[in-house]
Design a protein around this ligand. Structure first.
Ligand SMILES: [Zn+2]
Length: 185
């Protein structure tokens, strides 16, 4: 009896299941604000619109510009009822790094207000040179923040100044744009 020789076939499906987020922005960050670095096109649009619409955001970005803190900005979906967060990445070579994540899927004005809120947290870190790692970051917020308890493996804090910054930016956005009136008689 002839044995049927079966060949083993490895089938590899090359499905585009993985979306790789580039670590670097697809375009250079605006030269005016190299300390605030959007990581994606949608984050860049958000920062640009925030700079155009909010004087407080402009002031905070200027403040970060004069500091040793570099802040990356990205948009992401949050599972929980959360609008944004700031995390400390680390420090090296005299430069400190933090990451702002803005919850996506909200209306633009809410996302810009969240950007204002999180930029205020970035200023809180920029003004605290003792924050150099995650331990000193946590210690800083244990001192200046309200403890909101644990979410997963991290402890959450909030500050009144950041809440107020977000509310201030929301009010700025609610004002009509200068020169934006159209039509009329
Ligand atoms: Zn906050």
């Amino acid at each position: 009896m002839r044995s049927l020789r079966l060949s083993s076939i490895a089938v590899v499906w090359m499905l585009p299941l993985t979306v790789v987020t580039p670590l670097q922005a697809d375009e250079p960050a605006p030269a005016a604000a190299p300390h605030v670095r959007p990581l994606t096109a949608d984050a860049r649009d958000l920062v640009s619109t925030g700079l155009a619409r909010s004087e407080l955001i402009r002031k905070m970005v200027d403040h970060l510009e004069a500091s040793d803190l570099v802040v990356y900005v990205a948009l992401r979906w949050f599972m929980a009822d959360r609008t944004g967060q700031l995390t400390f990445i680390g420090s090296t070579g005299g430069v400190r790094y933090a990451m702002i994540r803005i919850g996506s899927g909200h209306i633009l004005s809410d996302e810009i207000a969240t950007l204002g809120h999180e930029l205020r947290h970035a200023v809180e870190v920029a003004d605290a040179p003792a924050v150099v790692d995650r331990v000193s970051f946590a210690r800083h917020y244990a001192r200046i923040g309200m403890d909101l308890g644990r979410v997963g493996v991290s402890r959450q804090y909030e500050t009144t100044t950041a809440v107020e910054a977000g509310q201030y930016v929301a009010r700025e956005l609610a004002e009509p744009l200068a020169g934006s009136r159209v039509g009329g008689r």
